[in-house]
Design a binder for this molecule. Structure first.
Ligand SMILES: *Cc1c(COP(=O)(O)O)cnc(C)c1O
Length: 377
């Protein structure tokens, strides 16, 4: 038994249990697209857009090439660019910020709530200037932001809300699903996201017909009528093949989310009171779909090394906050400017979690973490 356990190897993420369970459906969907001989902007994209809009409780979904492009198009449809400020969390994946600088606007970083790690509405209020145009609300790690408070601030100051829902498919705040709150919202279907394609893919969701129409124009060279260009647009389209795969996977997402939540519950029970670990904190009105199960500890680097030596893969989301990245040196920030984000970057650790991960595997990870702390590291 013991020797058996010692041989266990836990990847940070495995697609295998998910992929195995839908193998035939996926291969059939490939065959359909292959035989249709239509590969860009066709029936599969249209079908997926309708299915995802319905899943996400919005009237419009526009399939695009990836999550970053979904954010870029969202900003373009709102006419945000040079001279405008956009509020972004100080502790997000770089893409949320890259989209802002890509359109020529200025990112204004706002610190997260110390418990939920999501953008703190109180701090948003203080960051607003006469140049502020929008707030990008990132539902980090899979937990919904406080959208009631953010919506109230946006309304008061007449700002747009763009949700970055790349990590939170199916999460909700006060029973309203993420991706349906903002004026226009972006999501990613990168393979490792909760709903993942077999390559790059993303989408925009909105209840505003005009914004949806404009997003369709931007994703396709800025053209509505072929060879007539009303905007200097992009080629940021979703492929038929990826759309077909996503339609299959969308049917299973709720089941996979429940598995993620069950695994998170196991971790929570097994790790409660271990060392100085802080477990994910859930806002009373939020649901968490556990794209990532992130703990914090002051012994983060030592714990990560210990687990790696025990064949358990972990990751850091994210080791360097955007304001300290080399690419943003020109913004003039330095260490100490956003202490909550910086502390999180130094202490956070994401544990292995994926649909199909077994109770035994979760116990193996938890046992090793306990062993690390009882051995007095
Ligand atoms: C993954 C991710 C993105 C970017 O999505 P891509 O499809 O990889 O471009 C944007 N924002 C957040 C929060 C993400 O996690």
């Amino acid at each position: 038994m013991i020797s058996n356990i010692r041989k266990m190897k836990i990847p940070f993420l495995s697609f295998q249990p998910m992929q195995e369970s839908i193998r035939e459906e996926m291969i059939n969907s490939f065959t359909e697209v292959y035989d249709s001989a239509w590969y860009v902007l066709g029936k599969k994209v249209e079908a997926f857009e309708q299915e995802y809009a319905s899943y996400n409780s919005v009237s419009h979904c526009v399939g695009v090439s990836n999550g970053l492009d979904a954010l870029v198009i969202s900003l373009k449809t709102l006419h945000i660019g040079v001279g405008d400020e956009v509020i972004v969390p100080s502790n997000t994946f770089i893409a949320s910020v890259l989209a802002v600088t890509y359109v020529g606007a200025t990112p204004v970083f706002v610190e997260p709530d110390e418990k939920t790690y999501n953008i703190n509405p109180v701090s948003i209020d203080r960051a607003i200037t006469s140049k502020t145009k929008a707030i990008i609300a990132v539902h980090l790690y899979g937990q919904a932001c406080d959208m009631t408070a953010i919506s109230r601030i946006a309304e008061k100051h007449r700002l747009f809300i763009i949700e970055d829902n790349a990590q939170a498919h199916g999460a909700s705040f006060n029973n309203k699903i993420t991706g349906s709150w903002g004026h226009i919202n972006a999501t990613s279907f990168y393979p490792g996201k909760n709903l993942g394609a077999l390559g790059d893919a993303g989408a925009i969701t909105t209840n505003d017909q005009a914004l949806a129409d404009q997003a369709r124009v931007f994703r396709n060279y800025g053209s509505q009528k072929k060879y007539y260009n009303q905007e200097a647009g992009f080629n940021m389209r979703l492929d038929e093949l990826q759309a077909a795969f996503l339609s299959v996977k969308l049917k299973h997402i709720d089941k996979w989310t429940r598995q993620r939540q069950e695994i998170a519950e196991w971790y929570r029970q097994l790790l409660m009171g271990t060392g100085d670990i802080i477990l994910p904190f859930i806002h009373s009105e939020s649901t968490h779909v556990y794209h990532l199960f992130v703990i914090t500890t002051h012994k983060r680097d030592e714990l990560m090394k210990f687990l790696s030596e025990g064949n358990i893969q972990t990751q850091i989301h994210y080791p360097v906050p955007p304001h300290l990245q080399d690419c943003y040196k020109y913004l003039g920030f330095s260490k100490g400017d956003f202490p909550i984000a910086e502390k999180l970057a130094e202490t956070c650790l994401s544990l292995p979690l994926y649909p199909g991960m077994s109770r035994r595997e979760v116990e193996f990870v938890a046992d090793n973490i306990k062993r690390f702390f009882t051995n007095g590291f």
